[in-house]
Design a protein around this ligand. Structure first.
Ligand code: ADP
Ligand code: 5GP
Length: 194
C-alpha cells in the first residue's frame, strides 16, 4: 500500500552537449552528497574501458532495447549519433521518487526537455554550457573515447544542442570545473531545501 503522507522525491536533470563535463560533475555530486541517487540509463553503445554495467549504464543489445520499448519500460529514449540509443527507465525513477529521493539524471538535451515537460515543478533542469565549441572539441579529444567519425557526429549534434539552453531552469558555464561544480551544487541545494 502506498503511503500518501510520504514526501514525494524530485528529479534533477543535468544536460549538455557531449564532452561538456556533465558526467564529471554528476559523479562528483554523487560522491559528495548522499541525498542524490543516480538514474542509470540504458544504452546500446559499447562500454568504455572504465565503465561498469549497471553502474554507468545498463549496456544492452538493440534487440533488448526494442523489447524494453515494447514493454513500455522507458520514460523517454532517444536515438542519435550513428543510431545509438539511450533511455531513462521507469525502474530507475518511479520507486525512488515515491520513496522521497532526489534522483540525478545525466541525459541529452531532447531527453531532458521531455523529462522537464513531464515532471514540471518536480524537476530541476540544469543546462551545462561549454565555453566554446573549440573547447568542447578539445575535451572530447582529451577524453580519448571517440574516433574521428564519432567525434564529428558529437560536434555536429553539439551545435544544435547549444541552441536549446533557454529551455532549461538554469544555465551554468563549465569553464573552470571547481567554479561550475560549486555553482551547480548550490543550485541543487536551493532546490532540495525549498
Ligand atoms: P560529458 O559527460 O558531458 O560527455 P565528461 O564529464 O566526460 O563530459 O567530460 C569530458 C572531458 O572533459 C573529460 O575528460 C573531463 O575530464 C574533461 N573536463 C570536464 N570539465 C572540464 C573543465 N572544466 N576543464 C577542463 N576539462 C574538463
Ligand atoms: P555518452 O555516450 O557520452 O555516455 O552519452 C552520450 C549522450 O547521451 C550524453 O549527452 C548523455 O547525457 C546522453 N544520455 C545518456 N543517457 C541518456 C538517457 O537515458 N536518455 C537520453 N535522452 N540521453 C541520454
Amino acid at each position: 500500500m502506498s503511503n500518501s503522507t510520504a514526501p514525494r522525491g524530485k528529479l534533477i536533470v543535468l544536460t549538455a552537449p557531449s564532452g561538456t563535463g556533465k558526467t564529471t560533475i554528476a559523479q562528483r555530486l554523487l560522491k559528495d552528497r548522499d541525498d542524490l541517487h543516480f538514474s542509470v540509463s540504458a544504452t546500446t553503445r559499447n562500454p568504455r574501458p572504465d565503465e561498469k554495467d549497471g553502474i554507468d549504464y545498463h549496456f544492452m543489445t538493440d534487440d533488448r532495447f526494442d523489447e524494453l520499448i515494447k514493454r513500455g519500460a522507458f520514460i523517454e529514449w532517444e536515438s542519435f549519433y550513428d543510431g545509438t540509443r539511450y533511455g531513462t527507465l521507469h525502474s530507475e525513477v518511479d520507486k525512488q521518487i515515491e520513496s522521497g529521493y532526489f534522483i540525478l539524471l545525466d541525459i541529452d538535451v531532447k531527453g531532458a526537455w521531455n523529462v522537464k515537460q513531464h515532471y514540471g515543478g518536480d524537476c530541476l533542469s540544469i543546462f551545462i554550457r561549454p565555453p566554446s565549441l573549440d573547447v568542447l572539441k578539445e575535451r572530447l579529444k582529451q577524453r580519448g573515447t571517440e574516433n574521428e567519425e564519432s567525434l564529428r557526429l558529437r560536434l555536429e549534434r553539439a551545435s544544435m544542442e547549444m541552441e536549446y539552453e533557454d529551455n532549461f531552469d538554469e544555465v551554468v558555464v563549465n569553464e573552470d570545473l571547481e567554479a561550475a561544480y560549486d555553482q551547480i551544487n548550490s543550485i541543487i541545494t536551493r532546490f532540495t531545501e525549498a
